[in-house]
Ligand binder design. Structure first.
Ligand code: ADP
Length: 178
């Protein structure tokens, strides 16, 4: 886990499971357009949250690439879930702008809701095929950019599923800050 102070806010990069962030107000779901369980992050989040999350999501679907919507967290150890739809790499264009919008919209929505901490996985880098290092560059650049506009949000935690993914994000962050 690494922790840096940026614009008076904290940015953490850690290896872990997005469904096990017990000390965090809101977690980001790498959702599909229909806000259904599916695989990867969405599968894990819906499994941990229980079937009431799917019921709450139904009237909010479909969402567009880059869009963010908020629900309760049900049986997850958090207060809320923000569902974003990342771009499918090579299909939804311009992919960098759409991916950046996911992070921007998720952070601004959490801030508007008065939440103080958010954890996010690496959107679009699983089933949606976005190359990890390019995705990390887009995500971290936008997160740092939004940090100066946050009022209630004090902590942004990037949760990576593998040690290799964590190292890549750490390296990209060092490059951006240097
Ligand atoms: P997308 O469809 O947006 O690509 P995925 O859920 O397939 O979303 O994967 C996004 C990223 O999240 C991938 O890097 C994947 O390894 C990672 N991931 C999968 N499950 C979890 C989890 N439980 N916690 C954190 N990250 C996860």
């Amino acid at each position: 886990m690494t922790r840096r102070e940026i614009e008076g806010r904290v940015l953490e990069i850690t290896r872990g499971d997005i469904t096990a962030q017990n000390d965090i107000d809101v977690v980001v779901n790498a959702a599909n357009a229909q806000l259904l369980p599916g695989g990867g992050v969405a599968g894990a989040i819906h499994r941990a949250a229980g079937p009431d999350l799917e019921r709450e999501c139904r009237p909010l679907a479909p969402i567009r690439p880059g869009q963010a919507v908020i629900t309760g967290a049900h049986n997850l150890p958090n207060d809320r879930v923000i569902h974003v739809l990342g771009p499918v790499y090579g299909r939804d264009k311009p992919e960098a702008e759409l991916l950046a919008s996911c992070y921007r919209n998720a952070l601004l929505l959490a801030d508007e809701e008065g939440l103080s901490s958010i954890a996010t996985p690496a959107i679009s880098t699983g089933a949606f095929g976005y190359p990890l290092e390019d995705a990390a560059q887009v995500a971290l650049t936008m997160i740092i950019n939004v940090m100066k506009d946050m009022s209630s949000l004090e902590l942004v935690r990037f949760v990576l599923f593998s040690e290799n993914d964590r190292e890549t994000h750490e390296r990209v962050l060092r490059k951006i800050l240097s």
